[in-house]
Write a protein that binds this ligand. Structure first.
Ligand SMILES: NC(=O)C1=CN([C@@H]2O[C@H](COP(=O)(O)OP(=O)(O)OC[C@H]3O[C@@H](n4cnc5c(N)ncnc54)[C@H](O)[C@@H]3O)[C@@H](O)[C@H]2O)C=CC1
Ligand SMILES: O=C(O)[C@@H]1CCC=N1
Length: 274
């Protein structure tokens, strides 16, 4: 990374910890990271790793070039309004990972006229396999875009979207996406057990198969549909599984789930954005 700005994570929960862990694993200096929370005991492991920790969000804002808002969307208004004076004084770049909450709402809660990037990351950031969608408001400079890209790319891939509404779709694909794959894994392990394997063996095989399929899809010059075809021998075993999945409407079920996810992202903005 060309420059290493000081980062302040407001809220050190699951998502912030995945990003911080990914950054640290990638060599980001721990002393350039601040993490805040309401309970000092829950921050002690981070402090032991050399990060700066505090329960005072304003103190973290004062130290930071980039403030990453990582509290629940339902908490964001109160947390933002509480730190507005410190943000206006120090003018850091604001990066929000909160689902749904629009730049305009956040800007007004934080006192206005701020450079804000909305980021929709995902938890595989922890193992450098994260996928983040990014959207910048008009006040964000080219240099700030570059800085944000570099930070999120240290945890995986990062892509910019052109409209804020597209972040609802990013949430449906990659933000929430790990949960879909975990659910498929859960179901495969359970079905493997039912078919006579031990839980341990079913889990080992399921996880390795998920990783193998993902890695093949990544390295291949053909798409997932062709890769699937190559596993599916005519009159063979896979064909029967695929036929059953198709007859039972698996593609439609996935599309419906993702539509519901995107709708919820849009609804959060209306519910919590005022
Ligand atoms: N978990 C995920 O996979 C993803 C989460 N997100 C977004 O990340 C944000 C955080 O989600 P999670 O990490 O899952 O939630 P979480 O509940 O694990 O983390 C939120 C943290 O904020 C802390 N907090 C609450 N009030 C605070 C305050 N006043 N000052 C400082 N910290 C405070 C809580 O103690 C908690 O540790 C949400 O807005 C969510 O939409 C985005 C993408 C993926
Ligand atoms: O479930 C949620 O609301 C968050 C946002 C994307 C993934 N987790």
């Amino acid at each position: 990374m060309s420059t290493q700005p000081t980062l302040a994570f407001i809220g050190a929960g699951n998502m912030a910890r995945a990003i911080m862990g990914g950054l640290i694993n990638n060599g980001y200096p721990a002393e350039k990271i601040w993490a805040t929370g309401t309970n000092p005991e829950k921050l002690s492991d981070l402090q032991q790793q050399g990060l700066n920790t505090t329960t005072d969000n304003d103190a973290a804002v004062a130290a930071a070039d980039i403030v990453i808002l990582a509290v629940k969307p339902q908490m964001l208004k109160v947390v933002a309004q509480d730190m507005a004076a410190a943000v206006q004084k120090h003018q850091p770049l604001i990066v929000s990972v909160a689902a749904g909450i629009l730049c305009n709402s956040l800007d007004s809660w934080l006192g206005g006229q701020l450079a804000i990037v909305r980021c929709m990351p995902n938890t595989p950031a922890l193992v450098k396999l994260g996928a983040s969608g990014l959207y910048a408001n008009a006040a964000v400079t080219e240099q700030q875009r570059q800085q944000t890209s570099e930070i999120m790319q240290a945890t995986g891939i990062a892509v910019w979207v052109e409209t804020e509404a597209q972040l609802d779709a990013v949430t449906a694909v990659s933000g929430s996406g790990p949960a879909y794959y975990f659910m498929v894994m859960e179901a495969m392990v359970a079905a493997g057990e039912k078919l006579g394997l031990s839980r341990e063996v079913a889990q080992q095989l399921t996880i390795q198969t998920a990783q193998g399929a993902a890695e093949m899809a990544r390295q291949s010059d053909v798409g997932p549909a062709e890769l699937r075809r190559r596993v599916t021998s005519p009159k063979g075993t896979t064909e029967q599984a695929i036929k059953t999945f198709t007859e039972q409407g698996l593609p439609e079920i996935i599309a419906q789930g993702m539509q519901a996810c995107s709708d919820r992202s849009e609804a959060l903005a209306k519910e919590l954005g005022k």
